[in-house]
Write a protein that binds this ligand. Structure first.
Ligand SMILES: [Zn+2]
Length: 248
């Protein structure tokens, strides 16, 4: 996801690297993850949510970063108060800076790599659940989207809730992230698909798609999911795309 500008480094940032990709975690990331987990009724429940969100967003961003690397572009990952960000590195080039120029198809692969890394993680969770003797049941969201739930044998309550959190975050957020709304990954996919069809007007069309899809999702979130949060987020994103259109 690319929700906001990267926040400035602080001395409370957690820094490490995975597979040579630098990762920085801003302190506010933990606060937001805690807020998401605060619906749990136990300390372990809250912690399992925080770990699930941390692992899931990290895997999502690693998907983007590894796809960038495949095309020769270095990047680093920032986890912050609105999720995560994979930032391509720039190199000095003459008086300015440059990045590896990716083709539209490569940009589409990089954008899809985040949500699909999450779907792979969800598949892994299901495989491990089966290996542990668990049962998989399918529920539906909105009455038509099948959604897996796992039930581990008795004794694994905490692990079970951790697995359920991982499934929820990776599948539900992964699908939301694929919606063609800026600045979600689906918005970037829509941009490059439309630019391939129409190099001159594609960008403008993708902004209109973002306005309409964002508005529709805000209404759907409110009506079908009774989620004021989803209505506010998508309403705000639709409005941002509309404002960008006015500047062009
Ligand atoms: Zn993403």
């Amino acid at each position: 996801m690319y929700l906001f500008q990267t926040p400035a480094p602080t001395r409370f940032d957690l820094r490490f690297s995975i597979a040579g990709i630098p990762v920085r975690v801003h302190p506010l990331f933990w606060l937001i993850a805690l807020l998401f987990g605060s619906g749990s009724n136990s300390l372990f429940g809250i912690l399992s949510w925080v770990v699930a969100i941390f692992v899931s967003i990290l895997i999502h961003e690693l998907g983007h970063a590894l796809a960038f690397r495949r095309y020769g572009q270095d990047s680093h990952i920032v986890l912050h108060f609105a999720g995560g960000l994979t930032v391509p590195e720039t190199v000095s080039w003459g008086a300015g800076v440059a990045r590896v120029g990716l083709t539209h198809n490569q940009q589409i692969v990089v954008s899809l790599a985040g949500p699909f890394a999450g779907f792979l993680l969800a598949a892994l969770v299901l495989a491990v659940s089966l290996a542990l003797g668990g049962t998989i049941l399918f529920n539906t969201i909105l009455g038509f989207i099948p959604f897996p739930l796992v039930f581990l044998p008795v004794g694994g309550t905490l692990l079970n809730s951790f697995f359920l959190s991982l499934l929820w975050v990776n599948i539900f957020w992964g699908l939301v992230n694929l919606m063609p709304v800026y600045p979600l990954d689906g918005g970037h996919v829509a941009r490059y698909v439309l630019l391939q069809r129409d190099p001159w007007g594609g960008l403008r069309t993708s902004l209109w798609v973002s306005v309409i899809a964002g508005g529709a999702l805000a209404v759907a979130g409110l009506v079908f999911l009774q989620s004021i949060y989803m209505a506010l987020i998508f309403g705000m994103l639709a409005f941002q795309s509309f404002q960008t259109l006015q500047l062009r």
